[in-house]
Design a binder for this molecule. Structure first.
Ligand SMILES: Cc1cc2nc3c(=O)[nH]c(=O)nc-3n(C[C@H](O)[C@H](O)[C@H](O)COP(=O)(O)O)c2cc1C
Length: 429
């Protein structure tokens, strides 16, 4: 009696290792996750695929398998102690791994600060040193083992830094006793373009003004962070956080930028800081994403940043080689209107800019996009090129599968999750 297995069965059924990670992981058999499956890969069926499930080439080195991305979301779970400050933990590996194994087109890892005092809270991720970048590498490797593209948002919270992590409560301006730095004067304190607090009523501190001679240090910190993200962590792209009242967006708006040097005053001066950062971050081998608050939502304040400013800025982003503009809104002005809560409430901004830039810039839209049909219509109408979702992914890391079901598309699932839904033939020959 022989127990030898015929060659063809070995070839067909031997479980291969995924090479991207250093532990045993069954390699996915049929290619990258989230892509419409092979049987839908013939031209006739492809032509009928909903745009949401078509691939998109973002850069010579980056093509995504579908148009759905995980929006950056702080988890306030980074280490906050001593030299380990800002480091990712096992939580981050599990959290982002859960998304990766379910096939989004791309993932944008939460805001990681480019300097220690640019964190919104002591539990924010950092990417100001090489150890932090190395601890992000397993997250990237795992995403790549699933054929999923992954980037990271690089940030400085400016006058909104040194707060309590949002899940605790919205107290701002915490001091050294709680691992914060709002009580510090000098280089380790809270900095912004001008000494104007976000909101005096909520204990936000008055920031120190960044001296003109030090602006280049901030620009370099963003550039160094991007380099670490590429060379050490292996990310596919970085997103520059220019939204929500953080440092870059406070340079853009006249309500927060009162400078009289070449970084304040005119529109051209206020956008200079962002453009210098883009030039520093830009890399031949990776696309650059920028997130903006398209509108400050303070229409009656003549000094506020408005959608018309974002449209004007988009021409400069094109000229500086940005590939993707990701449009959020608000967060800059404590007296602004509250954001609307209808589905796709920020898609109007994506459309306004898409109509202006056409194919010169890819546009990502985000904000309460809850249904596959809605998301797909946004793309089919050419209002945007990429759909990002935040909270929907927190509730349902398998959002891409759910949306595929909703639109009647079959996508490639992970080996571990595919067979219960699409069982293999049980009769072996
Ligand atoms: C828990 C949480 C954390 C967030 N952290 C960030 C962040 O780090 N960077 C950022 O640009 N936006 C952040 N956002 C905003 C989201 O990226 C997204 O724009 C917003 O939640 C609206 O999309 P949604 O309705 O799909 O959640 C966060 C949102 C949530 C809910």
């Amino acid at each position: 009696m022989t127990f030898e297995t015929p060659e063809h069965l070995i070839r067909r059924f031997k479980v291969l290792d995924a090479p991207e990670v250093d532990f045993f992981l069954p390699k996915n058999k049929n290619g990258p996750l989230g892509k419409s499956t092979l049987e839908q890969d013939n031209d006739e069926i492809k032509a009928k695929l909903p745009k949401l499930f078509t691939p998109l080439k973002i850069h010579k080195n980056l093509e995504i398998n579908n148009r759905i991305g995980v929006s950056p979301m702080c988890t306030y779970s980074a280490d906050n102690k001593g030299s380990k400050k800002g480091e990712a933990t096992k939580f981050h590996e599990i959290h982002y791994g859960g998304f990766s194994s379910r096939g989004p087109g791309l993932i944008i890892v939460e805001a990681a600060s480019v300097v220690p005092n640019g964190r919104t809270s002591p539990e924010d991720l950092g990417i100001w040193n090489d150890d932090q970048a190395l601890l992000l590498k397993p997250i990237v490797d795992f995403a790549h083992s699933q054929g999923v593209k992954i980037g990271i948002q690089i940030a400085h919270a400016g006058r909104k830094s040194s707060g309590v992590a949002i899940p605790e409560h919205l107290q701002k301006g915490i001091s050294s006793a709680l691992e914060g730095w709002s009580d510090k004067k000098g280089p380790d304190g809270v900095f912004a373009p001008s000494p104007v607090a976000y909101d005096e009523n909520n204990s936000y501190v008055e920031p120190q003004e960044i001296p003109t001679s030090e602006i280049k240090d901030y620009v370099k910190a963003f550039g160094d962070a991007a380099k670490r993200a590429y060379d050490i962590s292996g990310f596919d792209f970085v997103e520059i956080h220019g939204a929500h009242g953080y440092l870059i967006s406070t340079f853009l708006s006249s309500t927060s930028n009162k400078r009289s040097d070449e970084y304040g005053g005119s529109f051209e001066n206020r956008i200079r800081f962002l453009l210098e950062i883009i030039d520093e971050v830009k890399s031949e081998n990776h696309p650059t994403f920028v997130r903006l608050s398209a509108d400050e939502l303070a229409p009656n304040d003549p000094e506020s940043w408005k959608i018309e400013d974002s449209i004007k800025l988009s021409d400069h982003l094109v000229n500086h080689g940005v590939e993707v503009l990701d449009l959020s809104s608000g967060g800059i002005n404590s007296k602004a209107e509250r954001r609307k809560t209808n589905q796709g409430f920020q898609t109007q901004y994506a459309k306004a800019i898409k109509d202006h830039v056409g194919d010169k810039l890819l546009i990502a839209t985000v904000g309460k996009i809850l249904e596959a049909k809605f998301a797909n219509d946004v793309l089919e109408n050419d209002d945007a090129d990429i759909i990002l979702a935040g909270k929907p992914f927190l509730k349902n890391p398998g959002l891409v599968s759910s949306w595929a079901d909703e639109l009647g598309v079959r996508i490639q699932l992970a080996r571990q999750y595919e067979w219960p839904f699409h069982p293999p033939p049980w009769n072996l020959d």
